[in-house]
Design a protein around this ligand. Structure first.
Ligand SMILES: NC(=O)c1ccc[n+]([C@@H]2O[C@H](COP(=O)([O-])OP(=O)(O)OC[C@H]3O[C@@H](n4cnc5c(N)ncnc54)[C@H](OP(=O)(O)O)[C@@H]3O)[C@@H](O)[C@H]2O)c1
Length: 424
């Protein structure tokens, strides 16, 4: 494109507004249309008066954009609009993790068939340019593992607990007050946001399509400040980690709270930061970190995608995306288990007997002093064992009468950034 690149934007919300501001400041692009529902209430005086404001996608197409930017979020009607733009041969930029996680493979296929492009850098880790780095900078490697902190809300909550021993509810309320977390933060807390982002990374890094729902998720809501005390005694801290490992034409993957080593790059990620580690057979581990969310950082990713298209560098080597033959979470990792019990003699012996029967070896038992006997937390760390076996043993243990809270089991992923999970 030699003249100014004509951009049409759908969604004038947090990211859309930041994108519009950034586009308006440039000489090489022209914002020709903005679409939003009930658009009249969205009008602002700082947008060029020649820009068309509309509620209709047909109107938007009539503006003959060179690039369509989708920032309304959610699957419908976003996926349909993206499809229609690609069918018309119009390049598309989106930050929509749900659309890319669910429909990315078919939309990329459509883009290739129409000789156009679909870019989605903002869909994972906001302003951290990890998608393009994997697609282009690491194209020469065979990637075997991706692991990341992909949800800033969870990281904010966990690091508040770590630093100030803040209870979960208090840290969540604070994240909401600061605008990191939605009023309904369940998508973040329960891991569904990171699950969709992990599905996108699996597609980009391994060329494998997985249904996001097939990736196992565990909530961070059961983690408490006491877990950071015990994790530290094991040389670890706790982060929500989304990881996926390529096993032939299949994937082993999960999202949830996990222990990571205190000297690992994940432990160094504070507040609402994001970090993605990618491991390749030849290049080893490469990490990418930065601001994973927010209007302005995400707008950087979106506008960079637009500029790449405008400059003719938006296309990336076509990767054949195939359906993953198998998706499982059955890793064998060391495990941290916190029990909170009404104390009495014989509890440890009872637990040890169950673990022994399932061939799970105890590495250490730790109990901090100073807790009341009617609600006493202690932890058992287990040597590497298959996760389903540990869960079966814990199912039996959970039926014992001394628990005040259900046991909390967390995988220990020390070194996950450097080696396949299979080698734990
Ligand atoms: N915010 C972030 O930090 C961030 C980071 C990375 C990626 N993203 C992604 O970026 C996208 C936009 O996120 P956002 O935070 O900017 O969301 P947002 O603030 O809710 O903005 C979405 C905008 O789209 C409009 N909209 C929604 N559905 C529509 C429809 N069916 N028809 C017309 N307009 C519609 C909304 O109008 P109303 O005003 O009526 O609601 C709103 O103005 C999402 O895919 C999100 O996952 C966001």
């Amino acid at each position: 494109m030699t003249s100014r690149c004509r951009v049409a934007l759908a969604g004038f919300g947090t990211v859309g507004r930041s994108v519009a501001r950034s586009l308006q400041e440039r000489d090489d692009v022209e914002l020709v249309a903005i679409l939003n529902r009930e658009v009249e209430r969205k009008r602002v005086e700082w947008i060029d008066r020649r820009t068309t404001w509309t509620e209709s996608f047909d109107d938007l197409l009539r503006c003959r954009p060179d690039v369509f930017v989708e920032l309304i979020g959610g699957r419908a009607p976003a996926a349909d609009w993206i499809r229609r733009a690609l069918e018309a041969g119009i390049p598309v930029v989106t930050a929509n993790k749900q659309v890319i996680a669910h429909d990315g493979a078919s939309l990329l296929g459509l883009a290739a068939a129409r000789g156009t492009v679909l870019r989605f850098e903002g869909a994972v880790a906001g302003g951290v340019p990890v998608i393009r780095a994997i697609e282009s900078g690491l194209a020469g490697d065979a990637l075997t593992l991706v692991a990341g902190i992909l949800n800033g809300t969870c990281n904010y909550i966990l690091t508040r607990m770590e630093r100030d021993a803040a209870p979960f509810d208090e840290a969540l309320r604070e994240a909401q007050a600061l605008g990191f977390a939605e009023a309904d933060a369940s998508q973040d807390i329960d891991g569904l946001d990171a699950q969709a982002k992990l599905a996108v990374l699996v597609m980009v890094a391994f060329g494998l399509q997985v249904s996001p729902a097939a990736l196992a998720v565990r909530s961070i809501a059961t983690v408490g400040p006491v877990d950071f005390v015990y994790a530290k005694r094991l040389g670890c801290t706790i982060r929500q980690i989304a990881w996926a490992e390529r096993i032939g034409s299949g994937v082993r993957a999960a999202v949830g709270p996990a222990l990571v080593a205190l000297d690992s790059p994940f432990a160094g990620v504070g507040g609402s930061g994001n970090l993605v580690a990618v491991h390749g057979r030849s290049g080893g581990t490469t990490t990418f970190g930065g601001r994973g969310a927010g209007g302005d950082p995400t707008a950087v990713a979106v506008v960079s995608d637009v500029l790449a298209i405008a400059r003719g560098t938006g296309s990336v080597p076509a990767v054949q995306v195939r359906c993953a033959s198998i998706v499982s979470a059955d890793a064998a990792t060391p495990c941290y288990v916190r029990f909170t019990v009404a104390d009495r003699p014989g509890i440890i012996a009872a637990l040890a007997a169950v673990f022994a029967r399932h061939d799970v070896n105890i590495d250490a038992v730790l109990q901090e002093p100073g807790y009341p006997p009617h609600e006493r937390p202690f932890i058992v760390s287990l040597d590497a064992a298959p996760w389903p076996v540990v869960e079966t043993a814990l199912g039996e243990i959970e039926r014992m009468e001394f628990h005040v809270q259900p046991p909390l089991a967390l995988p220990v992923l020390t070194g996950v950034e450097d080696r396949p999970v299979a080698t734990f």
